[in-house]
Design a binder for this molecule. Structure first.
Ligand SMILES: CC(C)(COP(=O)(O)OP(=O)(O)OC[C@H]1O[C@@H](n2cnc3c(N)ncnc32)[C@H](O)[C@@H]1OP(=O)(O)O)[C@@H](O)C(=O)NCCC(=O)NCCS
Length: 208
């Protein structure tokens, strides 16, 4: 299986929204994702895509190339980053339940931190449910610290949120780059998200 970290496109939105419904009590709509991808000028939406090679079965055998292998692609996780002034804000992150615990959530988080560095953000902020210790462990692994509690932040059950922050000091940047390199050698993945600017076709297509 090969992994690619890349910008989310409109074609990904249905798969992303399906994972979102499995991951959260208050999922975003497909329309919200489409807005983030096509309209928002401060969003940097990311997906992690897994490609599998398999021998085709049934009629697909006749469509397969001569070597007889076909590739299937699937979105296994996604994230959302907003960049406003010097703040980068992780708006969402999730891995499909079938693929959790493999280091793939970490790839998404590390990818968004690396994109924040490329954007010259001073810090990365996020909110997380106080009950969500799994996600908090991931954030703490990347040196996020709790800076305050937002009371009754989640409207479905009035749960509090931890306001967490990673301040991108020179030392933190250095430690992050080492961690990113180690992650990349443990889980090799193709990365066009942290190395390229977003396509932003919608912006250049605007007539106003
Ligand atoms: C949070 C989430 C994205 C983590 O993704 P994942 O692929 O399962 O996590 P990874 O395998 O990359 O693990 C990375 C780190 O997360 C933490 N973690 C992951 N699974 C954990 C578990 N079951 N218990 C405790 N900590 C866990 C650990 O710190 C782990 O690092 P380690 O392997 O060195 O111990 C995923 O669980 C998810 O989609 N949850 C539902 C959506 C959600 O809660 N999003 C966060 C909203 S703020």
């Amino acid at each position: 299986m090969s992994l690619t970290l890349r910008y989310m496109t409109l074609h990904d939105v249905a798969q992303v929204a399906a994972i979102d419904r499995l991951a959260f009590d208050l999922p975003w709509s497909e329309r919200s994702y489409a807005y983030e991808v096509m309209e928002s000028t401060y969003s940097y939406m990311v997906v992690l895509e897994a490609a599998n090679e398999a021998a085709p079965v049934g009629w697909r055998r006749w469509l397969a190339p001569l070597n007889g292998r076909v590739q299937t692609h699937r979105i296994v996780g996604y994230g959302g980053l907003w960049n406003i002034m010097s703040e980068a804000h992780i708006s969402t992150i999730a891995v499909h339940p079938d693929y959790r615990g493999r280091g793939w959530g970490e790839i998404l988080l590390a990818g968004m931190v690396r994109r924040s560095l490329a954007l010259n953000a001073g810090y990365v902020a996020l909110e997380v449910r106080v009950s969500n210790t799994r996600a908090q462990n991931l954030y703490r692994k990347y040196e996020f610290e709790t800076i305050s509690v937002k009371a009754k932040y989640y409207r479905n059950n009035n749960e509090d949120a931890y306001d967490m922050r990673l301040t991108l000091t020179p030392g933190a940047k250095l430690r992050f780059q080492e961690r990113f390199a180690a992650l990349r050698s443990a889980h090799p993945f193709t990365d066009t998200y942290t190395t390229h600017e977003p396509p932003r076709q919608h912006v250049s297509e605007r007539k106003d």
